[in-house]
Write a protein that binds this ligand. Structure first.
Ligand code: ATP
Ligand code: MG
Length: 558
């Protein structure tokens, strides 16, 4: 990519952050004594994805920027079985992204306070026990055009409500038999305010509180209280909660225990082309065997991106560039790819690796001679030094670097053409040797000893430069190349699963590849960036994941 293009990307994509403008104003007004306390509140029901990374970066860097604090809080008010796998992965991912929480907290630790808060509402005449079924409640709720209908149980006395709610807690009723509802306004234009359910009965064992509770608070009631209890000042969440904000504010205000209520601020959730951004759908891919696990390199999970070869720096850069906006939009996955290329280009060494090999025999090169060619590890970074790459009479080049009948503007190998073998010699292709079935067996070539790389040869110019590996010492490696999980959306149509999102092939690498350890990244010269897979690479077999190709298909937004 040209540097001009780069600059354009920086200009168009460097994100703005309206939340920081709000906080600046709050600080100027002396709100909360200038404190900034945020939280990242995952529900531990799956692995985190790159959408969560946006929220993590936003919450943690906001706290950092203002010298505040950021909690990791598990939103575990649903009584599902704890999955330590999810908890462990969440903590690993947050730390890997480069953040450390101030406190690690569990929403379920506040169940008693939440219960007391509900009792407080009942005492204030702001909540009532309702016997309508879920279907009836829904039918009574009304529509956007029509107001709702009041529940026949709405005017129960405080005493009766207190008694019934206590009985709910004591397990006297079955799931769904009764609920506790906030008493707000059945005619509110905001349907969330039409006497929402705030507590439900669920006879289920909770991973943290066991069988202590058989009633559980609803998210819209629990979340504001969690924030208020922890002294969160700015509760950052995604846009779909905008219509829930009145209930968030109502809950804290009507319970009335917190003089400095937190402020909910909504931002646009991250959506990226060619993938999905939902734990539920991603879990489906895992359960249905569409991918090899949550950390499959095709997954948009943090674990998947990590295994794919993404760096925390690239992901943080991406989150910075997309900015924080108030309007939903879909980010081109090419921007994410641009960020990893940018991060790796000056970090990783180059290796010669040949795909779909064609054998080269240099007929005028001595039979038992081998030379060590000095090759730079990274042409952008001289300090990364060089390595020695063996060169001899028989070599492999990429299948793509030869055409028996060249198309126009093809400057690589074809009969009669001379090219530069990168870091070695000028080579001319003289003859194509075929197998009986007509396929190519090998190419007979000659080299010009005068043209050795580094010799200062200033003779004729060639238009093509290709890479190679020495056939005798080449190391076969397994390479996994990836396509997107989801096909590009047809105009107006749904995203469709790409059934051919992975291909596996054997490639041939220079011998130094034997030293690659799991997690080591390289530029396979002229091919792209690759990482030695952390799970599949062994001492005997190297397995590489394609991180990203070299070229950018990123289109600048006009
Ligand atoms: P999912 O639908 O994938 O399960 P979620 O919102 O239910 O996502 P939570 O564990 O509840 O997942 O989310 C934790 C935090 O991450 C929330 O504050 C949520 O707003 C934020 N978050 C989740 N998905 C995104 C996204 N795509 N972009 C930005 N923030 C997100
Ligand atoms: Mg959720």
């Amino acid at each position: 990519m040209s540097s001009k293009e780069n600059n354009d990307i920086n200009k168009t994509e460097q994100g703005s952050n309206f939340i920081h403008n709000i906080i600046d104003e709050d600080i100027a007004n002396g709100k909360n004594g200038g404190a900034v306390y945020t939280r990242f509140p995952p529900e531990p029901n799956g692995y985190l994805h790159i959408g969560h990374a946006k929220s993590i970066c936003l919450n943690f860097t906001t706290a950092q920027k203002y010298g505040g604090k950021c909690n990791l809080r598990y939103d575990d008010t649903n009584p599902v079985k704890e999955d330590t796998e999810y908890i462990d992965s969440i903590e690993e991912d947050v730390r890997w992204l480069g953040f450390e929480w101030d406190e690690r907290l569990w929403a379920s630790d506040y169940f008693q306070q939440m219960y007391d808060a509900a009792v407080e509402l009942i005492k204030k005449g702001k909540a009532y026990v309702c016997d309508l079924s879920a279907e009836e409640i829904k039918a009574y709720r009304g529509t956007l055009k029509e107001p709702g209908k009041e529940s026949p149980y709405r005017n129960r006395s405080v005493e009766e409500n207190l008694k019934l709610f206590e009985e709910m807690r004591d397990g006297k009723y079955a799931d769904g038999e009764k609920v506790l509802r906030a008493k707000i306004d059945m005619a509110s234009p905001n349907i969330n305010m039409r006497d929402p359910v705030i507590y439900r009965i669920a006879h289920a064992t909770h991973h943290n509180t066991g069988d202590k509770w058989c009633i559980y608070p609803m998210y819209d009631f629990a979340h504001p209280l969690e924030d208020a209890i922890e002294g969160i000042t700015h509760s950052i969440c995604t846009l779909e909660f905008e219509d829930h904000r009145p209930l968030y504010d109502w809950s804290i205000k009507e319970v009335g225990w917190w003089p400095n209520p937190p402020q909910q601020i909504e931002f646009a959730r991250l959506d990226i082309t060619n993938t999905v951004m939902s734990k539920r759908l991603l879990k489906g891919f895992v359960d249905d065997g569409i991918v090899e696990g949550w950390d499959d390199p095709r997954m948009p999970t943090i674990a998947g991106l990590r295994r794919r070869g993404y760096t925390p720096e690239a992901i943080r850069d991406f989150c910075e560039r997309i900015g924080v906006a108030k309007a939903n939009s879909v980010v081109d996955i090419a921007l994410l790819e641009h960020c990893i290329r940018e991060d790796l280009k000056d970090k990783v060494p180059s290796r010669n690796v040949v795909f779909d090999p064609i054998k080269i025999v240099i007929t005028n090169y001595p039979e038992d001679q081998t030379e060590e060619m000095e090759m730079e590890n990274n042409r952008n970074v001289p300090e990364m030094g060089s390595r020695k790459v063996p060169f001899s009479r028989e070599l492999y080049v990429d299948g793509n670097d030869f055409m028996e009948v060249p198309v126009k503007k093809y400057f690589r190998l074809f009969p009669g053409n001379e090219v530069r073998f990168k870091g070695a010699y000028f080579i001319t292709c003289n003859e194509v040797i075929k197998n009986d079935d007509g396929s190519i067996k090998e190419l007979h070539c000659t080299y010009d000893p005068e043209t050795r790389s580094g010799s200062g040869f200033e003779g004729r110019k060639v238009k093509g430069t290709i890479h190679w590996v020495d056939a005798a010492t080449a190391v076969p490696v397994k390479v996994r190349k990836y396509d997107y999980l989801m096909k590009a959306k047809e105009e107006g149509g749904p995203e469709e699963l790409n059934k051919e999102s992975m291909t596996e092939e054997t490639a041939y690498a220079e011998p130094l590849i034997n030293e690659a350890a799991p997690g080591d990244r390289f530029q396979f010269f002229r091919h792209g960036y690759y990482i030695a897979d952390s799970k599949l690479t062994t001492d005997n077999e190297k397995v590489f994941n394609q991180i990203v190709d070299l070229k950018s298909s990123f289109k600048i937004k006009k």
